[in-house]
Design a protein around this ligand. Sequence first.
Ligand code: C2E
Ligand code: MG
Ligand code: MG
Ligand code: MG
Length: 284
Amino acid sequence: RAKAAGGNRYALSDPEADIRAISRHSLTNSLPTALERGEFFIEYQPLVRLSDGSVHGAEALVRWCHPLRGVLGPDQFIPLAENTGLIVPLGRWVLEQAVRQARTWQLEQRDARPVLINVNLSPAQLHHPGLVTDTLQVLREAELEPTALCLEVTESALIGAEEDLLRPLRQLADLGVAIALDDFGTGYSNLANLRRMPLSTLKLDRSFTRGMQHTPADPVDIKIVEGIVSLAHTLDLDVTVEGVETGMQAEHLRVLGCDTAQGWYYARPGPPEQLHSLSLADAT
Ligand code: C2E
Ligand code: MG
Ligand code: MG
Ligand code: MG
């Protein structure tokens, strides 16, 4: 009897899983038209220098204003765009918008230090043969110098990366584009491998900053961050920390030698004007 009941249970469908599958299916189907209809938009989140609180740059984070479901975050549709290949045109669109926005910021505040623009690259974009030429074309059209762009690649995308995959990144790096390893510490990258990669920055995942919300900070987290910062600086890499939500965390991370920080403590992702007012505020 128990066996029969068990068998039955497996035969039953899981209605919630069905709903999720239908929802994914319909979102996937509407992705291509969403791009044509201009339903995507970008929010910018500032990156702040821990040494003096000045604005170092901003990360472009894509959102989808879905006509029926409202605003969807990237975690809800980037994986779908990855599966269907739409990530390549979508990623290019994000790059174009972000690079133009960075150029606009430059023109608006001539005297200030240039604001870097960080754009996320997904694994499919890394594999796309047009990556280098597309990126250079977008920069040229916007009249933005390559040194103002930072491409963020996740640790998992580069795991076991073959030379073929690293070559386009190296070409871009040679032209001055900064490459950041995003969500560092969540994957399983071989630390020795870091040397092979054309990186300029490690972006430390938010899981490491959690233990620093209070004083005293978690001693193990302190040791780990200390170790990563020292390794990174030895390899001539900057350290950016994600998910800084309190002044206490910012202070701990500054003392530990992290270079830049990003998080709600400074600003949530928002419209481009937000960054403009922040940098003007620290220029005065
Ligand atoms: P990510 O690149 O690691 O981006 C950081 C994420 O942390 C963002 O989530 C940001 O809103 C969130 N965040 C920032 N500060 C804080 C904080 O203080 N506390 C907490 N709890 N969260 C914070 P978001 O915008 O939902 O983006 C999620 C991921 O989607 C990004 O993670 C990135 O991997 C991906 N993504 C976003 N835009 C793009 C894009 O244009 N292309 C690609 N391929 N991926 C993108
Ligand atoms: Mg990122
Ligand atoms: Mg990240
Ligand atoms: Mg992250």
